[in-house]
Each structure stands twice: as structure tokens, then as C-alpha cells.
Design a protein around this ligand. Sequence first.
Ligand SMILES: NC(=O)c1ccc[n+]([C@@H]2O[C@H](COP(=O)([O-])OP(=O)(O)OC[C@H]3O[C@@H](n4cnc5c(N)ncnc54)[C@H](OP(=O)(O)O)[C@@H]3O)[C@@H](O)[C@H]2O)c1
Length: 282
Amino acid sequence: MGTTNISTGLQASRIGFLGAGSVVEAILGGILKNSLVPAGQICITNRRNEERLYALCDKYGTQSSTSREELVRQSDLLILAIKPADAEEACLHLRGLVRPDQLIISVVAGVSTDVIQGWLGVECPIIRTMPNTSSAVGLSVTGVAKGRFATEQHLQQALSLFESIGTVYVVLESDLDIITGLSGSGPAYVYYLVEAMEKAGAQAGLSPDIARQLTIETILGAAQMLLHTREEPAILRKKVTSPGGTTQAGIEVLESYHFQEAVVSAVLRAAERAREMGAQYQ
Ligand SMILES: NC(=O)c1ccc[n+]([C@@H]2O[C@H](COP(=O)([O-])OP(=O)(O)OC[C@H]3O[C@@H](n4cnc5c(N)ncnc54)[C@H](OP(=O)(O)O)[C@@H]3O)[C@@H](O)[C@H]2O)c1
């Protein structure tokens, strides 16, 4: 997504975070680095880990609150950043507190905006999102979808927030489960590949440091090739694969282990798992 001409009015907004975990820290870092909202207008609460709450607020200069009621009362925009298993209890706790003009942004995997709406018991605008852990280095790719009461302006506010931690794509809410399986869980598949490539390097005598560095830079280079040349991955792969050469020998082994089928199945299974987690709450 590019930037937008619509005024998002975020600068004057008071933002409340329900949750003080890793996603919150990443979003917080992005908001402050890009001066979207002054730190003093941000308030964070969690469930019980006060040490974590105060450490996070000290680090970023934000407000903390141990009262979820107070947090909701004083926020224009509320970000739900809790685990799916905690979402129902947390939202029911906010029932009767959330106002119809309050924008709710959820990063909770698998739980639909209609379900959140039902728990909160108010017809407020909700935007559902799926970032990934690369948000910690400003390189998340985030899918964003509008709930039924969210307007274009609400969407723009969410886009500004998530553009501060990477790139953003507006999608249908029904696409968020497959996005969870593809780019939400995606970094873990790449780390798994890195583990395997490092293992091979070390097994053949490379020092672990060199094996890791070669692997990381190979992945970085390949990703840059895909981005900058805009060539199909299959074409780029064929360009490295001379008949009878080393790469062909390696690819043949991957094919014998049904590498592509394994990756396709992994992404689809993760998406199915997101649907299963959401289905518990239909
Ligand atoms: N990590 C990712 O990259 C990623 C990517 C996409 C989506 N997500 C989604 O983002 C959400 C948060 O993930 P995370 O990795 O940040 O989780 P996390 O590090 O485990 O943090 C969860 C936070 O929620 C708080 N919490 C739990 N119940 C609460 C309640 N009833 N009221 C207030 N706060 C409550 C916890 O507080 P206590 O510590 O005090 O219990 C903790 O601060 C999850 O739904 C996850 O699926 C994560």
C-alpha cells in the first residue's frame, strides 16, 4: 500500500493497547519512530505481568494503566493484542465500556470482527489485522480488513499504524486466515529452512558462524532478486540450474522429498488452524 491523501487524524488520538507483548512492542516502536502519535497519548495495560508493563512503558515513555476500564475510557482507538485464547474473557470484561465511536483494531489471530463485536456488545468500528514478527525490524507485511461498522477513515487510521512497521495490504476479512498461514506464520518456515541449511553447512565442516552468515545472506539476496528483477521465481530458479550441474542435483533431492507439496501443505494447514481457532467462537 502506498501512503494516502485522506487525513487519518491519528496525531490527536489517544491510543490504548490491551496487551503488552511482542506485537505491542513492535507496533509501539513503529508509531514512535514515525512520530504518528506522541508517547504521552499512548496507554498500555496487560493482565498481570506488572514488571513487563512498567518496563515497556519506561522504555517507550508511554502511560501504563493497571485498570482496563480506565484504559478504555480514555482511548479513542483501542488495539487488542492478546492471544486468541484470552480474547473472549478480555472482550467480555470490556462489555458496556466500549463506545460506538471508538475504533477497535485487533491483531488477534483467527477471531472475526463479528465475534469481537458480539463479545463487546456494541456496534463499534473494528479493523482486523494480521502482521508478522518481522514488525520488530520494521519489515512486517500486514493484511488489514474492515469489519461491518468500519469506514474508509477507520481503515486509513489502521493503515497509518501498520505502515509504520512495514508494508500493508487491504484484503477481505475472509482472506485473513490464509494470510495467517502464509505471511503470519511465514517467518517460521524461513527460519526452519535456515536451520536446515546451517546444519548442512556445519555437517560438511563449515564453522557455524560462517554457515549462518552464508545462509542468511543467500536468503536476503534471493528475496532482493525477486523484488528487484520482478522475474518469476521459477524462472530465477531455472537460471541457476544448469542441466547436470550442482543446483540440479540439489533440487532433485528436494523434489524426491516432495518439498513443494510439503510447503503448500504447511501453509494450508496453518490457515486451517487459524479457521479452527476462530470457529471455537462462532
Ligand atoms: N507475534 C506475532 O508476530 C504475531 C503476528 C500476528 C498476530 N499476532 C497475534 O497478536 C496477539 C498478541 O501476540 P503477542 O505475541 O504479542 O502475545 P504475547 O507476547 O503473549 O502478549 C499477550 C499479552 O496479552 C496480555 N493479556 C492477556 N489477557 C489479557 C486480558 N484479559 N486483558 C489485558 N491483557 C491481557 C498479556 O498480559 P500478561 O502477560 O500480564 O498475561 C500479554 O501482555 C495474538 O493474538 C497473536 O495471535 C502475533
